[in-house]
Design a protein around this ligand. Structure first.
Ligand code: TYM
Length: 345
């Protein structure tokens, strides 16, 4: 049975273009491919998309009010991007307490050294002088909770952006350690799925770092809620280089290559085609085109977001329904796990 699981943090309001291109486009494509199959095929699949609010607790900048509001907002954004909550299981993680329970069980199969080796942990624990992301046990254990998210549903496929690859690999190692210890073939080792050509979107102001919610510069990212004017401004201000013309060369021309990746994601055209079309043009000409294409892509999503924000009742109901369905699956699996490891009930 194919089971898809993925999630996004509701850390700060709204998804950015990195989330959209790196993950959301894949989610929608996977959902639509599966749903276009016959009934039989559809029933063979479970798709779970979660808003991972427990993970956001590692960031101290998020107030309780913001966390609550952001969680609903991310659900609204999923739906506005094309996730169909009547076909997939859409829920927020903290509504299914089995995630935290399984995290503890998996902790007992995870060597600390592996956690300390995670790139994200190294980066975030270094930054702890800002006191927003403190070097807590939660920050270290973060990937175990992510493994629990995935393994709780015995997910076979995890559509994420490239920056999450190491976490999914750790999930496989934890699953393998659990299986070996108990001499069973219980957990499926999950695979990463990437459908789009672009797996990593970089900051608009400095393409040596990824586009992220935690970058203090608003100009570094495009949010799905940005107006056309703001999108255009940010693209026109985006960093380029002093080389004439447009070409795709991520190593030597990281900034312009990142813009080409974004253009490809926005239009669906291959990067090489776009690079060829603008090869002798001014950067500003290419940027005008990119801004136009991005606005075209984002406007209908933004309209949907605004609609649902004004009428959130239905989205709240979807979340409730989703958590009921997720709980059913989770409880069945957790019971099997408890049985297997000898917890008495
Ligand atoms: P998060 O919330 O940081 O990001 C959500 C998704 O967006 C992708 N992404 C990017 N892709 C390309 N370029 C970028 N600049 C970029 N920024 C973000 C991420 O790869 C991710 O797919 N730990 C996860 C959330 C999580 C999860 C899970 C994911 C928790 N449990 C279980 C999958 C399965 C995270 O922080 O993603």
């Amino acid at each position: 049975k194919v089971r898809i699981f993925s999630g996004m943090q509701p850390t700060s309001g709204g998804l950015h273009l990195g989330n959209y291109v790196g993950a959301m486009l894949n989610w929608v494509e996977i959902q639509n491919t599966i749903l276009s199959g016959d009934n039989n095929q559809q029933q063979q699949h479970d798709i779970l998309f979660s808003i991972v609010d427990l993970h956001s607790l590692t960031n101290k900048a998020v107030t309780p009010e913001r966390l609550r509001a952001n969680t609903l907002d991310v659900a609204i954004e999923y739906i506005s991007c094309g996730i169909d909550p009547t076909k997939v299981i859409l829920f927020n993680q903290s509504q299914v307490s089995a995630h935290a329970e399984l995290q503890w069980i998996l902790s007992c199969h995870t060597a600390i050294g592996r956690l300390e080796n995670m790139v994200q942990y190294k980066e975030k624990s270094k930054k702890n002088t800002s006191s927003l992301v403190q070097n807590t046990y939660g920050l270290l254990a973060y990937p175990i909770l992510m493994a629990a998210d995935i393994l709780l549903y015995k997910a076979s496929h995890v559509p994420v952006g490239e920056d999450q690859t190491q976490h999914v690999e750790l999930t496989r190692k934890i699953a393998y350690a659990f299986n070996s210890h108990h001499k069973v073939d219980f957990f499926t080792l999950p695979q990463i799925v990437n459908c789009t050509e672009t797996k990593r979107i970089m900051s608009l102001t400095d393409a040596s770092t990824k586009m992220s919610k935690s970058d203090p510069s608003e100009n570094s990212r495009i949010n799905l809620t940005d107006s056309d004017k703001i999108i255009t401004n940010k693209i026109m201000k985006a960093a380029t280089d002093s080389t004439v013309g447009v070409s795709y060369d991520p190593e030597n021309r990281a900034n312009i290559s990142n813009l080409l990746s974004i253009a490809s994601a926005a239009t669906g055209a291959p990067i090489t085609d776009i690079a060829h079309e603008f090869k002798d043009q001014y950067h500003s000409k290419f940027k005008e085109y990119l801004a136009q294409q991005l606005c075209k892509k984002i406007t209908p999503i933004r309209d949907q977001i605004e609609y649902h924000r004004a009428n959130p009742k239905q989205v709240k109901e979807y979340l409730q329904l989703g958590s009921q369905r997720a709980n059913q699956l989770a409880q069945n699996n957790l019971k099997e796990i408890k049985d297997l490891i000898g917890l008495y009930y």
